[in-house]
Design a protein around this ligand. Structure first.
Ligand SMILES: Nc1nc2c(c(=O)[nH]1)N[C@H]1C(S)=C(S)[C@@H](COP(=O)(O)O)O[C@H]1N2
Ligand SMILES: [Mo]
Length: 429
């Protein structure tokens, strides 16, 4: 892929406005900058976005369980794990379990696909289905238990609903469980699920669940969960099961997914949250008084979208003490506007031969994204602070969603979706 050129226009700015005019409009809309004691927002001077829009497949931050990690297997062991394009197989089976009065009828499918019967689905079959059904979209990956995004990719694959249709008539089904390879120790199998509705139906314009076999236009490597990885657009990393090899159709909604287990208190039904994250600075960060300081970070659009990103700068003295996300001084701010960098130049970001209009979430007539940041995607934000007086400062950023909720609202419970407010401390001397 070519290196990225980011469009320097602001999101809110119509193309004919100068950035000074856009800034004036933004300030007027927000009404806070003028009477705030903190430095005002200025256009970023740096020509480069702080974060690559698409993360290279090898550069995602890795989260994988089990020993040995499946992606470290080589040669015959990789073949035995069915993790090469030739050896990959997908089984689809139905759960015969009943437990009256909770489950009076077990799930049934007309056709199952198994290794033992020699009917498991191979990669050429999935790719052939892709000629008719494949979709492409951009989605960021974020671990429920880590704040900052792991990476963002262009994922391509066949919707789960089209794969399930291979089973013919499906009856008495509440959930679709799925898991991936994890050596041969059943305790290490990484399992997640979606409801039958989530598998089969998608609101118009929304992103469907897919069995992905391409990332950024290339086959998915073992490191990133290939040959086939489940992609659940709205979900944190743990539903995006790597090394996928089994779909399990059940009428029992109580089978625990991996993220229910242990004492981490995770909520597997939480969805990605809108949030701004702050890039870390150097340790013992010090700056010269009078110089400009540019800060940046990621902004993630969860299901409620993003309206704007704001920062709060305060001078502090003494020990660094954590501040609750609902502390009165934090809520008071003042919070001022940051700049969300506009969509990149797609021609330099997308794999060769991919037109933006092909991606779900884009307008096929204009080749432009329908929302920005893209739903379940990230973009970069920046702000340049000027004329800082000597002192110690704390900088925080937050997103405000399209329903006017400021991060971490409306549900500040982290195990339902991590969107804590991050802080960066620095000294101006
Ligand atoms: N098979 C399998 N899939 C998995 C995991 C795993 O351990 N095994 N970890 C999950 C978790 S918790 C996260 S956050 C993401 C991380 O994806 P990445 O390593 O591609 O960044 O993968 C998910 N899929
Ligand atoms: Mo995770």
């Amino acid at each position: 892929m070519a290196s990225e050129g980011f469009d320097r226009r602001r999101f809110l700015q119509s193309t004919s406005l100068t950035s000074a005019a856009a800034l004036a409009i933004q300030s007027a809309v927000q009404g806070a900058d003028a009477n705030s004691a903190t430095p005002s927002i200025v256009e970023r001077a740096s020509p480069n976005a702080p974060h690559a829009f698409l993360t290279k497949a090898d550069d995602f931050y890795l989260v994988a369980r089990g020993e040995p990690k499946p992606h470290t297997l080589v040669d015959q062991a990789l073949i035995n794990a069915r993790m090469t394009p030739e050896s990959w197989r997908l089984e689809i089976t139905a759960d015969p379990y009943i437990e009256p009065p909770l489950i009076t009828q077990s799930a049934t499918i007309e056709r199952s696909f198994t290794l033992s019967a020699g009917t498991a689905i191979d990669l050429p079959t999935l790719q052939e289905m892709g000629k008719k059904h494949a979709v492409k979209f951009i989605k960021m990956m974020q671990c429920l238990n880590l704040a900052t995004p792991l990476g963002q990719g262009l994922w391509e694959g066949v919707p789960l609903r089209d794969v399930l249709r291979l089973c013919g008539k499906i009856q008495n089904v509440r959930r679709i469980y799925f898991w991936g390879f994890h050596n041969h120790d059943p305790k290490q199998i990484f399992k997640a699920s979606v409801t039958y509705t989530q598998a089969m139906e998608t609101a118009p314009g929304d992103l469907p669940v897919i069995l992905a076999y391409k990332l950024n236009g290339e086959p998915i490597s073992p490191l990133r969960g290939g040959p086939v990885r489940m992609i659940i657009p709205w979900a944190h990393g743990f539903k995006n099961v790597k090394w996928l090899n089994h779909l399990f159709i059940t009428n029992d909604p109580r089978i625990p997914e991996t993220y229910y287990q242990g004492n981490a208190n995770n909520d597997p039904d939480g969805e990605l949250k809108s949030a701004a994250y702050v890039d870390k600075g150097p340790e013992n960060e010090k700056h010269r008084s009078g110089s400009d300081l540019t800060l940046s970070g990621h902004v993630v659009a969860g299901m409620s979208g993003v309206q704007r990103v704001e920062y709060w700068l305060r001078s502090v003295s003494g020990e660094a003490r954590p501040l609750d996300d609902d502390a009165p001084e934090l809520l008071r701010g003042p919070w001022n506007r940051c700049e969300i960098l506009l969509a990149p130049n797609w021609a330099t970001v997308l794999p060769e031969g991919t037109s933006p209009g092909e991606l779900i979430g884009f307008d096929s007539a204009t080749n432009q994204p329908k929302t920005w940041p893209l739903k379940y995607g990230f973009a970069s934000w920046t702000v340049t602070l000027r004329d800082l007086k000597p002192g110690v400062y704390e900088f925080r950023a937050r997103s405000v969603d399209r329903n006017d909720f400021a991060q971490p609202e409306p549900r500040p419970y982290r195990k339902n979706g991590n969107n804590l407010i991050q802080v960066r401390r620095f000294e101006v001397a």
